[in-house]
Design a protein around this ligand. Structure first.
Ligand SMILES: C[S@@+](CC[C@H](N)C(=O)[O-])C[C@H]1O[C@@H](n2cnc3c(N)ncnc32)[C@H](O)[C@@H]1O
Length: 219
């Protein structure tokens, strides 16, 4: 069950970032546009080779992922951005007002099932929540993302394999092996862990409708 107090604390954190920095990488708490784009590139691995997918963007911010997709002519059938911050959604709607394929929603219940659900950055800022509470929240959120996805999902998180000296107490550093194991057990045997790019984080890519490579070889 989602904790409303946790969600509203996180919402306040990000709305304050947008107020301070506007629709920029800093406005969604990223250090750089290059890092934001690299995260999108990794998440979009899951849609590679798929004709014109529909995409849910879970925690869309001011719509940076849609900007990325449009700038690179990546063809999508439809895009739904969801964010807990009403201010982010208002900004995203304003920026993409002329895009007939894009919708933005502020309530999770308004998201329809899409081919893929992607989430960049929603698991990073835990504020004062304990690791146990935050981990449970991550697992539950991943489950809900899966329920919204026909063919696959992808999300990122900060890695527990990062240097202690650089860590911040209000951020959550997830164990990549544990998240991989959770997705393998719970959602699919077709799961990739990307932990080889130049950020202190990882991306998990889950394909929901294929059989595992091992099954394919055996069959
Ligand atoms: C680090 S920012 C990244 C925004 C965007 N994905 C990007 O990369 O440009 C995280 C965003 O996710 C939103 N968010 C955090 N937790 C969320 C949740 N559980 N559900 C929906 N949105 C969430 C925040 O309000 C914030 O706008």
């Amino acid at each position: 069950m989602m904790d409303p107090a946790l969600i509203s604390a996180v919402e306040r954190y990000y709305t304050a970032k947008l107020d301070a920095h506007g629709a920029t990488p800093s406005g969604v708490d990223w250090n750089s546009a290059a890092g934001q784009d690299l995260r999108f590139e990794k998440l979009l691995t899951v849609v590679k080779g798929i004709g014109q997918p529909s995409i849910n963007d879970f925690g869309c911010g001011y719509s940076g992922l849609l900007d990325y997709v449009r700038e690179r002519n990546i063809r999508v059938n439809s895009y739904c951005g969801y964010d807990i911050s009403a201010a982010m959604i208002a900004e995203a709607r304003r920026r993409h007002a002329g895009d007939p394929q894009a919708t933005f929603v502020n309530n999770e219940s308004d998201i329809a099932v899409a081919d893929f659900t992607l989430a960049s950055g929603i698991f990073n800022v835990r504020l004062e929540h304990s690791s146990a509470v935050w981990k449970r929240y991550m697992f539950e959120t991943v489950d809900r993302m899966a329920a919204l996805s026909r063919h696959g999902m992808a999300f990122n998180a900060l890695t527990s394999h990062s240097d202690y000296g650089y860590r911040r107490a209000d951020l959550f550093y997830a164990d990549p092996a544990e998240m991989l194991d959770y997705c393998l057990r719970r959602h699919s045997r077709d799961v990739s862990l990307l932990h080889d790019y130049e950020l202190y984080e990882f991306t998990i890519v889950v394909r929901l409708d294929g059989r595992s490579p091992m099954t394919r070889l055996a069959g």
